[in-house]
Design a protein around this ligand. Structure first.
Ligand code: SF4
Length: 687
């Protein structure tokens, strides 16, 4: 499969099939390659996810590949500045620093951030390096900043922390409930399925503090205050049950804990839910009736649900509603978290998490550990490691000494930037592996130049659990190398044999150890990929989970009370700041801001504010506004819009020169350790 060109023009241009490197939808595309240059992108008609379509980011995915800012040589800090170095020196320095920190302070004084941007095979190798090469379970990745509450919450409720249904399935749903989800901007090709369902007559209900494009398509927009999702969900369940619209048979036969849950939910009549959420009582009742009377309801959600101090409770509350409606385990139904990054699902599946080995097998399970110990030839730590959140806390406290970060920029992506800076500056040693010199690399002792998605073979797993192949289209620039090769070189330098011939062999090893991937190999992934669980080589994959029984047996209702965000408005900070993503940019902007077509649409940061708040505070449309929270202040352009609820302001987080995460709150969910990006107290004044 290496360097496969599915077809070639008569003039020699190759069309290399691969997967979009941006969101977790996992659209298929061809890279148009001439020589060693990627000239453009064409959509893949054959791909089962995107079916010949791409969003604007996918159409421009080639742009950053050959960008002149690409890192092309290893860099090592000497006399305070990052200077060019050889691979041998750079790898040797990292291996020495990690080994020395582990031997002096114990293995848990080192940590690895793996990457949702990297392939499954690379994530498998990264967690193996941490566990077998360094002796620590301190390995995590950016799912901690987004969908860890999903993994934790749905595991408790259903026994599996993944999207229950398939993307295509949404188009056939008679009723879609989107909560905390801006699919037309964050997951455009999923939004296409929602639009298709709507055009086929489906009902669409949207719960969001902003009047997004999705809310404009909806039959009913529940414009709640950020951080009040549980009150809304409890109010909806109250109305469903009191109007006898719940599915008794499903609840009795397939679930447990309904009565305990009802003892809490009965305390949230729609009037009380309305008082907490700011959504009119009549709208809550109307939404409950629409959902309760629908044959099936498909729920979709993203970070509006998860990025809260109650993120895991929010997820379990979403699961409660779906089970109350009997809408799990059927086509056109289910609980569908839309994963943010191209391979955040896969990074979780591969065990780039501190508590589980590949395939969600607990590190605390002696039988599981023995299996991996035999395969890897080492003894493994039996206690869960530190999460990404806790690694930063322990670095600031001086207990974590050395950190190896692959394809991640916590300086931009994690909440409360000043705390992140203090943590990274407290380390004895920081190594980063990246395609561009990002804000975190600027603090590093060693920076390694990595290959982009176009320069490697391997697989990504999209949000619907579909494992898909990507193919190496061009060589990396200069001395840059694919991440899997770098991790193997570092493993060997640490004394861990990693003599893999390529990613296909890595996948085979992982599949032999992970039952949910047991039947997956590169050769089986052409042309449509496979959706896990896929336990053996003849299994066709699983488009819908929990059809006969939940993964845990019975679905578990959880009794969940509303709790406010860690910060609520007060006289000094009278507004709620929420944050999110835009269509034209992706996460911390490393790639999209180096894509001229995308950058010109939104070249700088801004704050959305309601006309009523703007008038009261003297903020002029398109004028400058200073946004202040307890962590800092930023001056950005003010966008005065009816689309945002009075009392709420909203900012994107893609702009390094005005980093919104300098303002956000690093209070976190105690179960999943995910920060509260979606709600903190703020003030705004003219600047
Ligand atoms: Fe890429 Fe997501 Fe757009 Fe598809 S929807 S083209 S995966 S960014």
């Amino acid at each position: 499969m290496t360097n496969s060109a599915w077809w070639k023009t008569s003039l020699g241009m190759r069309f290399v099939p691969t997967i979009c490197p941006y969101c977790g939808t996992g659209c298929g595309l061809y890279l148009k390659v001439e020589g060693n240059r990627v000239l453009g992108v064409a959509p893949s008609l054959r791909n089962p996810v995107s079916k010949g379509r791409l969003c604007v980011k996918g159409w421009n995915a080639h742009s950053p590949i050959g960008h002149p800012d690409r890192l092309t040589t290893p860099l090592v800090r000497r006399n305070g500045a990052l200077r060019q170095a050889t691979w041998e020196d750079a790898i040797g320095l990292i291996a020495d620093a990690l080994r020395s920190a582990a031997s002096t302070h114990g293995p848990n004084a080192v940590g690895v951030f793996s990457s949702a941007r990297c392939t499954n095979e690379e994530n498998y190798l990264a967690q193996k390096l941490a566990r077998a090469g360094l002796g620590t379970n301190n390995v995590d990745h950016c799912a901690r900043t987004c969908h860890s509450p999903t993994v934790a919450g749905l595991s408790i409720s259903f026994g599996s922390g993944a999207m229950t249904n398939s993307i295509d399935d949404l188009a056939d749903s008679p009723c879609i409930f989107a909560i905390g989800c801006n699919a037309p901007e964050a997951h455009p090709l999923v939004a296409w399925r929602v639009r298709t369902a709507k055009d086929r007559g489906a009902t669409l209900i949207v719960a969001d503090p902003r009047r997004t494009e999705l809310a404009r398509w909806s039959d009913l927009h529940l414009q709640l205050y950020p951080g009040t999702d549980i009150a809304l969900l409890n109010g909806l369940m109250h109305a469903v049950v009191t109007e006898s619209l719940h599915r008794r048979e499903f609840i009795e036969q397939r679930t447990e804990g309904f009565d305990e849950m009802w003892q809490v939910v009965r305390q949230y009549p729609p009037g009380k839910a309305a008082a907490i959420t700011g959504v009119p009582e009549a709208q809550i009742v109307a939404a409950a009736r629409l959902m309760g009377r629908a044959d099936r309801v498909a729920t979709i959600y993203t970070l509006g649900i998860t990025e809260h101090t109650v993120g895991t409770h929010n997820v379990m509350s979403v699961a409660n509603l779906a089970m109350t409606l009997g809408s799990v385990g059927k086509p056109g139904a289910g609980v569908n978290p839309l994963r943010g990054q191209n391979n955040v699902q896969g990074a979780c599946d591969m065990g780039a998490l501190p508590n589980v080995l590949p395939g969600y097998q607990q590190v605390t399970d002696g039988t599981v550990r023995a299996k991996f110990e035999q395969a890897w030839g080492v003894s493994l730590a039996s206690e869960p490691g530190l999460t990404l959140t806790d690694m930063l806390i322990q670095a600031r406290a001086g207990n974590l000494k050395a950190l190896y970060i692959i394809g991640e920029d916590p300086m931009m992506s994690d909440p409360n930037q000043e705390h992140v800076r203090q943590a990274l500056e407290s380390l004895d040693f920081l190594a980063c592996q990246e395609i561009f010199l990002n804000e975190t690399c600027r603090l590093a002792d060693v920076v390694l130049p990595a290959g982009s998605f176009a320069e490697k073979d391997g697989t990504f797993t999209n949000t619907e659990r579909r494992v898909q192949l990507l193919h190496r289209a061009v060589a990396s620039p200069g001395e840059a190398r694919p991440d899997w090769q770098i991790i193997c070189a570092l493993g060997e330098a640490l004394g861990l044999p990693m003599p893999y011939s390529g990613p296909a062999q890595v996948m085979d090893e992982m599949a032999s150890l992970s039952p949910i991937y047991g039947g997956i190999s590169h050769s089986r992934l052409v042309p449509d990929g496979l959706q896990w669980p896929c336990p053996d080589a003849s299994h066709p994959g699983t488009p819908i989970l929990h059809t006969e029984r939940f993964t845990r047996g019975l679905g578990k209702f959880m009794a969940i009370e509303h709790e406010p965000p860690a910060e609520t408005p007060d006289p000094e900070y009278p507004l709620i700041l929420s944050t999110g993503r835009m269509l034209f940019h992706y996460n911390v902007g490393t790639m999209t801001r180096r894509t001229p077509v995308l950058h010109r649409e939104h070249p700088r940061n801004f704050v959305e504010i309601s006309p009523a708040d703007a008038r009261r505070l003297g903020i002029r449309p398109n004028g400058k506004a200073k946004v202040t929270t307890r962590r800092g202040a930023l001056t950005v352009e003010a966008r005065v819009t009816e689309d945002i609820k009075e009392g709420v302001i909203w900012m994107p987080f893609h702009f390094a020169e005005t980093p919104t995460n300098a303002l956000t709150n690093d209070a976190f969910c105690p179960i999943s350790r995910t920060g509260e990006y979606k709600a903190c107290a703020a003030s705004v004044e003219p600047a």
